[in-house]
Each structure stands twice: as structure tokens, then as C-alpha cells.
Design a protein around this ligand. Structure first.
Ligand SMILES: [Mn+2]
Length: 285
């Protein structure tokens, strides 16, 4: 997170990335940083771009006046240009663009829509790619003592319009889980902790090496007990993306392409043991 960590992917001859992940753009809502994203996408060179949900905020646009101008068009144009330049787009719809889940399974040239899928990194790690709202039913409520907070939080998660009206009266931006949770101080960290635990457990249960998700607007790139938790953040507050270099290095970058966190590929760190040596897996304990 330091300024010394500035990355040089902006230079014109920077190597093409293997994959990139963005989510929680909330395009069409008033709080999306569309121009920053358009600029980021215009500089992006990548084989495969995953759109990990809440890309277009259909929820906002059906409930309120859509915020759509030049910057929003620039985002769409940048995506078209990437695809025309050979980038494969994979759209994994979230809860704010849930109607697009109707198209899950659709496969077009260099464009597909998937409910969830597995991305294999250059060093062979298999990562579950999913938006993350599936984990709401597991993670919500536990940390709240305030009954009104419980009630309100549930309505926010389920997109109830009455609660959205109430939130507006309370001066809250209606979709931002993160905003609401920050006002609950300790509850925010407990919620985020449970979300991360749930994501890690899901990856482990599926026999995978990690998970890439979004949804909670809290970027992260960590490895716990051999399982990766990568959250690509959002384009409302964090303005971050997850990218994979050609060797499988994972990096969390901001909209200026500065590296915030980095996870090295495992090829060097995990040599294959000799066949007759019993392998102890500490994470299995
Ligand atoms: Mn979401």
C-alpha cells in the first residue's frame, strides 16, 4: 500500500496481462467512477477480462434515475474495443445485475455469461470466480445486536424498496453495504471477516486453490492455510482491479495501475515432493 510499490504497467510496452478481474462497477448509478474505469480499461492489455458482477446497476436504474452520460458510454466502448482487440470477456452477473443471470450459459465469440466458473492461473492454481452475494445468507446478522440494524440490513441485502426509501431518508446511499456497515463500526469488520471465512470455506469445499469475488466493496488479496482469497474491490470507492501477470503472479491494482498487494506464483514456493515421502497438509488439520 506504499508509494514505493508503484508499478510500471503504464509504460507503452508493458507485457500483456494474462487475466484481469473487475466487479461492483455499478454503472448507471450516481456513484460509479465511470471515467476512471474507462481510462483504466483503455490502457488495459489482457487475454481475458472477468466482469465479476454488479457491473451495470439495473437495480438502481429501475428504482431511480439512471446516471448515464459520456463517461458511461466510454466504459462500454472500452469493453467493445478490448473484445475487438482479442480480449475474451467473461461476465459473471451479481445481485445488482441479476436479470443478466437469465443469460448464464450464453457463449458468443470472445464473450460468455456464467453464473460461476473456475479460472486456472498460469502456475496451475484453480480459483472459483463468483460475485459473492451467495454468501449473504451465511454471513448476515450474526454480529448485529441492534434489532433495527438487523431488519434494515436484511432489507438492504434483499433490495426491498421500502428500505431503500428509508435509507434515503436516513441519508444513506442505498446499495452500499460497505457504507452502511462502516457506520456499525465493529459489526463491519465482523461481517467482512465472516464473508472472507465463507468464501475460503467454499473454495476449500470445492477442492480449489482459492476464490476471486467482489460484492462487499473491500479489496483484498490474502492467502490463508494455502487457500487464496482475492476480492477485486469496486469502482465506487476503492477503484481497484485484480490482475494476473503472465507467470501467474496475482496483483491488486488501483485505477492508476499502482500495485497495492501482490501474491507470487507458487511454482518456486511449493516444490513437488519425492513420491515416497508422505505429504503432510497442515491446512487439513
Ligand atoms: Mn453485489
Amino acid at each position: 500500500m506504499t508509494a514505493a510499490n508503484v508499478d510500471l504497467h503504464l509504460v507503452p510496452d508493458s507485457p500483456r496481462l494474462r487475466s484481469a478481474f473487475i466487479s461492483d462497477v455499478h454503472l448507471g448509478s450516481a456513484h460509479c467512477h465511470a471515467q476512471e474505469l474507462a481510462d483504466f480499461l483503455a490502457r488495459l492489455k489482457v487475454d481475458r477480462l472477468y466482469l465479476v458482477g454488479d457491473i451495470v446497476d439495473l437495480w438502481w436504474m429501475s428504482a431511480k434515475r439512471a446516471a448515464w452520460g459520456h463517461a458511461q458510454n466510454h466504459v462500454v466502448e472500452a469493453l467493445h474495443r478490448l473484445r475487438a482487440a482479442g480480449t475474451e470477456l467473461v461476465y459473471v452477473p451479481g445481485n445488482h445485475d441479476r436479470p443478466i443471470r437469465r443469460f448464464c450459459g450464453l457463449v458468443l465469440p470472445r464473450m460468455s455469461v456464467r453464473r460461476r466458473l473456475i479460472h486456472t492461473t498460469a502456475d496451475g492454481r484453480r480459483l472459483l470466480v463468483v460475485h459473492g452475494d451467495d454468501y449473504d445468507s451465511v454471513t448476515q446478522f450474526g454480529g448485529f445486536h441492534d434489532q433495527l440494524g438487523d431488519w434494515l440490513y436484511e432489507r438492504i441485502l434483499t433490495g426491498n424498496r421500502l428500505a431503500n426509501g428509508l435509507r434515503r431518508r436516513l441519508g444513506l446511499r442505498y446499495w452500499s453495504l460497505a457504507d452502511f456497515l462502516k457506520r456499525q463500526s465493529g459489526a463491519a469488520e465482523r461481517y467482512i471477516g465472516r464473508f472472507i471465512d465463507t468464501g475460503l470455506a467454499d473454495a476449500r469445499r470445492r477442492g480449489l486453490d482459492g476464490i476471486v469475488c467482489g460484492h462487499i466493496h473491500r479489496p483484498a488479496l490474502i492467502e490463508r492455510d494455502g487457500i487464496i482469497y482475492a476480492n477485486d474491490g469496486d469502482w465506487v470507492e476503492s477503484l481497484t482491479a485484480l490482475v494476473e501477470d503472465r507467470d501467474g503472479t496475482l496483483r491488486l491494482v488501483n485505477h492508476r495501475n499502482e500495485t497495492l498487494q501482490r501474491l507470487e506464483p507458487r511454482s518456486v514456493a511449493m516444490p513437488v515432493p519425492a513420491q515416497n515421502v508422505p505429504v503432510t497438509m497442515p491446512e487439513a488439520a
